[in-house]
Ligand binder design. Structure first.
Ligand SMILES: Cc1cc2nc3c(=O)[nH]c(=O)nc-3n(C[C@H](O)[C@H](O)[C@H](O)COP(=O)(O)O)c2cc1C
Length: 381
């Protein structure tokens, strides 16, 4: 909150905000001054998988003193990509390129975690080294993504099922990526276990058809995720590790027949490693960007997990305040609203109107348009 005290009408007699989202929160060793988190968002502007200087302004605009930011999904290896111009963190050049971005966020008092990912089968041969097949828990492909008008917008290649003896190498890639993230100056990493990417392809029974110790039972399907958590926590310290999960979502054809049991098993199992946070996507986010009614809830997982719990997906100010006030989450991550409102915490504090997001420029490659040109409150007035 830029070191400012909240407006009078929102401030209790002790000077602490009465808006639940704007109250401080201790997250392991981090003293957060508010609970509004920048959700991880791929912005597809890291040319050649290298973060670019224009990301300095983008992340700086969204930084505040004591605010938590989660960087966009960042590849752990040369087989991890499946989307245009997403950043990586497996080469020295990428680590070096992240440094000024992280330094700039720190200069504004922000706390910055790097989301580390591998897309698995959500890829095609054009993204893979030597045009090889993408890797996954399975050899079943994802069907092409087709628009209502019949136009194919994304095609996926048939994946190659990882052999059991290849799995330690992938776990090691996550470990090294986490080490690199710390070298780049990040405060920690978020392991991307959501949205139908590689880790989720192991977690979900709609995808995972393995017969080894990484498939079949719930315990076996969660093994890959938990071995990554353990390796990363051992490398950089559990107090610097978070994970994102979306047990209820079915993105990239990764649904599960019993998402509640899956979410609960993971929440409980994670306690063993003492990681700093568990970040879960609300059941209402069944498809990308569309909010639907859902009778399911993250509450059992929130209760089971002993660390900081971050909820995300379809939140507005009112809803987020309610989640914190009712103790359903410690922190709330905002995606599209934060993308379009670089000063989102301030706008919530002042009850100011919000900029509308422009979906067409979410994933375009321009270094300014739809990226760093959303106006701040001052410039509107
Ligand atoms: C442009 C864009 C890119 C996204 N990229 C990622 C990503 O890299 N990693 C991830 O876990 N989620 C990603 N998401 C999902 C968001 O983190 C968030 O969960 C989703 O937008 C729902 O929250 P919201 O309703 O606050 O936008 C992305 C969403 C958008 C709009």
């Amino acid at each position: 909150m830029e070191g400012r005290v909240a407006q009078d009408e929102n401030t209790g007699t002790n000077g602490v905000s009465t808006i639940p989202l704007l109250t401080p929160c201790k997250m392991a060793n981090f003293n957060l001054s508010h609970r509004i988190v920048l959700a991880p968002m791929a912005r597809n502007r890291s040319y050649g998988n290298v973060p670019q200087p224009h990301a300095i302004l983008y992340y700086c605009q969204r930084s505040s003193k004591g605010g938590l930011l989660i960087a966009e999904s960042t590849g752990v290896s040369d087989t991890a990509q499946g989307c245009l111009e997403t950043p990586g963190i497996w080469t020295k050049e990428q680590v070096k390129a992240w440094k000024p971005i992280v330094d700039a966020v720190h200069a504004k008092g922000g706390i910055f975690f790097c989301q580390i990912w591998h897309v698995g089968r959500a890829s095609n041969t054009s993204f893979q080294p030597n045009g090889q097949a993408p890797i996954s828990s399975t050899d079943k492909p994802i069907k092409p993504l087709v628009e209502a008008n019949g136009e194919v917008i994304q095609e996926f290649s048939s994946p190659r099922r990882l052999r059991t003896d290849e799995i330690p190498k992938i776990i090691n890639d996550f470990r090294l990526a986490a080490r690199n993230a710390i070298e780049a100056g990040f405060d920690g990493v978020e392991i991307h276990g959501a949205h139908g990417f590689l880790i989720d392809q192991f977690l979900k029974d709609q995808v995972n058809d393995r017969t080894d110790q990484y498939g079949g039972s719930l315990e076996n399907r969660c093994r890959f995720a938990l071995e990554i958590v353990e390796a990363v926590a051992n490398e950089i310290g559990a107090d610097k590790v978070g994970i994102r999960l979306s047990p209820f979502a079915a993105y990239n054809e990764a649904g599960d027949s019993n998402p509640k049991a899956l979410g609960l098993y993971m929440a409980e199992a994670l306690n063993k490693y003492g990681i700093v946070y568990c970040h879960m996507v609300e059941p209402r986010m069944k498809t990308v960007g569309e909010k639907v009614e859902s009778a399911d809830s993250l509450l059992p997982m929130r209760k089971a997990f002993k660390g900081t719990f971050i909820a995300a997906g379809g939140y507005d100010k009112e809803d987020g305040n309610k989640a914190v006030a009712e103790n359903r989450a410690d922190l709330v991550a905002y995606g599209r609203l934060f993308l379009a409102n670089p000063d989102l915490p301030r706008r919530f504090e002042l009850n100011a109107p919000l900029n509308k997001y422009i979906r067409e420029t979410f994933y375009t490659q321009n270094a300014v348009v739809g990226y760093t040109d959303y106006p701040f409150l001052e410039s509107i007035a």
